[in-house]
Write a protein that binds this ligand. Structure first.
Ligand code: IVH
Length: 721
């Protein structure tokens, strides 16, 4: 998010909560996985190998069951589900078949910690008293490849295919950075089969789609498809132009190489220059395996590539051999799958939202779908340029991603599922709310705006709502509906009259009234109605709000780029609205935390006569336009001078804002993210990933009591504990 404006826009487009969808249990997840595997294998055999493994009727039966299951539990319908693919993924290929020296097996999946613990205990038991070491590693969401080295030279690269026979993609594999063509030194094995995963780095994915769309080609739905599409190219120059990477996760056949442990194989392969993951870990206990799973669940987005789970393997190769394999997977390894964060859904429409500063933002309206724990029906598409870059059409099946707490994002369209009825989104040329012609502020801007900031009802509503928020004047009784009601009734024409509102005016806003009761004083009844509790509360809130500190008044003015941080800095440096208003750009820009862009925005804002009128009306209504000198902030002992403190989770005696304020008032920095530079992390109830990160970085962690002691007496107040 580049500016306060962006933050507000993102907040405006939080997903709507819609009714819960049926939750799939473990049985359903297992059945889904079983069906998907059987269908995939059958497709591979039928299309890729010309040797069908099951009858058409049997195949259709499985597909029908899978479709039924997904209809009942839509969250199971991942973008890679066989029901979501048509044609191309299994088209008969032009690539020559390659028989793998040793068969590539698949992995059995578990979907819960209980199942994983059961698997660990069972495997331990099967080993009959020989204590296993567990090799934990990431399950990379990419495409399996099999590389064959003879006499230390790369002679073949192939896709997994059905596990026995894959496609020959040797010329393409040659182009992938990091895959050694010859092994260094001497004494390498006569034969070596190396297995790994090819992936498309997440970072380059959006740019790839943008360049494909620009060239008039269909974009990819997600990085995994981009990896597959980039690898299965007839022209190796195309593969070479894509930033594909590989990570090794096993070896197959080998001659002349004595190994005892899988982790030892990784060490040897690393020495030979193979790209091996640095994230693997060999552990001895169930507890440590579960810690690994939990850690990477929290950090799955800190990686270059996507992961869909964790793979746990028995490290000892003799033990692996003793455990053996089933027909499709080894008994010595298991994949723990995280809940899917990508799902397919239908893009029903692209609508636009007019924000607080007039920015017109297209957003996706989708069939509600459950993803990463919540039901999502909307996602911002930022601007028309982004819609084009992603290559999505209205009516497309799209891949929707919601990574943990992160705002949902439309990744791209599933082009194979298009039926010709899809249509392109057209960005409106005029404001959908007030009809004013839209324009970018500067020619180079990707965003377009409604320039009618004075009277566009959409902007007015958003501004009123935003000024009342807890980042602004904190007027609890004024929500979005209230803002709309005040404007729609004509009681307010803009924010200038907000602090003059009285009971008579509020009586004209249905939301702030209720039907009169017999017990109501007759002089307060107008047309059978009286002011509601919400109406009384709004009047009381407005009185209190007039005493808010200067920085909150500044935030309430909706000056572009001036959010709480810049507003605090300006208020502290200048002390009064008059001083800020008469300061030059240069003067403003020298304030710490206020650069040229914010300074220019402030000066420009005050050049508009109706903006100045808002300030004057507020001042006349009694809104405090200067902080008292010396300010409250300075009168408190500066116990946190030079210290950076992060608060995560909920505290009983502080709101999120008041905790932040308490830190700042005592000279500290209230940081929002944990880093090595953080001095203290205050952890309340239900903390987020910041608490885990603090533990990882071994930072001092405080509970609420510790926080209060820190505020009162600084680090000395914490004593040795
Ligand atoms: S081990 C015999 N390790 O997941 C063991 N596979 O769902 C077979 N995969 O076909 C593979 N990351 O393409 C292994 N760290 C990892 C992996 C991994 C991704 C893929 C692999 C396999 C598929 C099975």
């Amino acid at each position: 998010m580049s500016s306060e404006d962006d933050q507000i826009a993102a907040e405006e487009l939080q997903p709507e909560e819609t009714p819960e969808l049926a939750e799939a249990g473990l049985d359903e997840q297992h059945r889904w996985s079983e069906l998907a595997d059987q269908i995939n294998d059958a497709q591979e055999a039928y299309y890729g190998l010309d040797s069908p493994t099951m009858s058409d009727a049997e195949y259709d039966g499985l597909m029908r069951e899978l479709e039924e299951l997904e209809k009942q539990f839509p969250q199971l319908r991942t973008p890679d589900s066989p029901t979501q693919r048509v044609g191309s993924a299994h088209r008969v290929t032009d690539f020559a078949p390659v028989t793998h020296v040793q068969r590539l097996l698949s992995l059995d999946d578990v979907f819960s910690i209980d199942e994983l613990t059961d698997w660990l205990a069972r495997t331990d038991r099967l080993l009959g008293g020989r204590k296993p070491s567990w090799l934990c590693e990431l399950k990379i969401d990419g495409l399996a490849v099999d590389l064959v080295y003879r006499g230390g030279r790369l002679v073949s690269g192939a896709t997994r295919g059905d596990g026995r026979v894959g496609e020959d993609i040797t010329p393409n594999v040659w182009t992938i950075a990091g895959i050694p063509h010859t092994l260094p030194g001497s004494g390498h094995p006569e034969l070596l089969e190396v297995r790994g995963e090819i992936f498309f780095p997440i970072e380059g994915f959006a740019d790839l789609n943008a360049s494909l769309v620009e060239a008039g080609k269909p974009p990819f739905a997600n990085p995994r498809n981009a990896a597959a599409g980039s690898l299965r190219q007839k022209n190796p120059a195309v593969t070479a132009s894509r930033p594909l990477r590989m990570l090794v996760h096993g070896i197959g056949a080998h001659e002349g190489l004595a190994l005892e442990r899988q982790s030892q194989a990784y060490e040897v392969l690393t020495d030979w220059g193979f790209p091996t993951s640095q994230a693997y870990q060999v552990v001895g206990s169930t507890r440590e395996v579960l810690d690994y799973v939990a850690y990477h669940g929290e950090h799955r987005h800190d990686l270059l590539h996507e992961i869909d789970g964790i793979v746990v393997k028995v490290d000892d190769l003799d033990q692996q051999e003793d455990l053996g394999t089933t027909s499709r997977a080894p008994r010595w390894a298991i994949a723990f799958k995280y809940p899917p964060e990508e799902v397919n859904t239908k893009l029903l429409d692209i609508q636009v939202n007019v924000g607080r500063t007039g920015r017109v933002t297209p957003f996706a309206v989708m069939e509600p779908v459950k993803v990463a724990g919540s039901t999502v029906a909307r996602a911002t598409l930022h601007n028309a340029w982004e819609v084009k870059r992603k290559g999505v059409l209205i009516g497309d099946t799209v891949v929707l991603r919601k990574a943990g707490d992160v705002i949902p994002e439309v990744l791209g369209p599933v082009v194979d599922l298009r039926d010709g009825s899809e249509r392109e989104f057209e960005m409106p040329t005029h404001c959908p709310v007030c009809g004013t012609k839209l324009r970018p502020e500067r020619e180079s801007d990707k965003d377009i705006r409604c320039p009618n900031s004075k009277s566009c009802p959409a902007q007015l509503t958003e501004r009123l709502f935003s000024l009342a928020s807890r980042h602004g004047f904190d007027i609890e009784a004024l929500g979005w509906e209230g803002a709309r009601g005040l404007l729609a009734s004509g009681v307010l024409t803009n924010e200038a009259g907000l602090f003059d509102l009285d009971a008579d005016q509020l009586m004209r806003v249905p939301l702030y009234t209720r039907t009169a009761k017999k017990s109501d004083p007759p002089e307060q009844v107008v047309d059978g109605r009286v002011l509601s509790a919400g109406g009384h509360k709004l009047l009381a809130n407005l009185e209190t709000a007039k005493q808010q500190p200067l920085w909150r008044v500044l935030v309430g003015l909706s000056i572009r780029h001036v959010g709480p941080t810049a507003a605090r800095a300006l208020a502290e440096r200048f002390g009064s609205m008059d001083a800020i208003r008469s300061a030059s750009v240069d003067d403003l820009a020298t304030t710490e935390g206020v650069g040229q862009i914010i300074a220019e925005a402030v000066v420009e804002w005050f050049t508009e006569p109706w903006h100045r009128e808002v300030v004057e009306r507020w001042a006349a209504s009694g809104v405090r336009m200067a902080d008292e000198q010396p300010s409250d902030e300075k009168s408190l002992p500066q116990t946190l001078e030079g210290l950076s403190v992060v608060v995560t989770g909920s505290l009983t005696g502080f709101t999120r804002d008041s905790a932040k304020e308490a830190i700042i008032e005592r000279g500290g920095k209230a940081a929002s993210s944990v880093s090595k530079k953080t001095d203290y992390v205050v952890v309340g109830d239900s903390p987020g990933s910041k608490a885990t990160k603090a533990e990882d970085l071994k930072l001092p962690i405080l509970d609420e009591d510790g926080f209060v002691r820190l505020l009162e007496s600084g680090p000395a107040g914490l004593g040795k504990a």
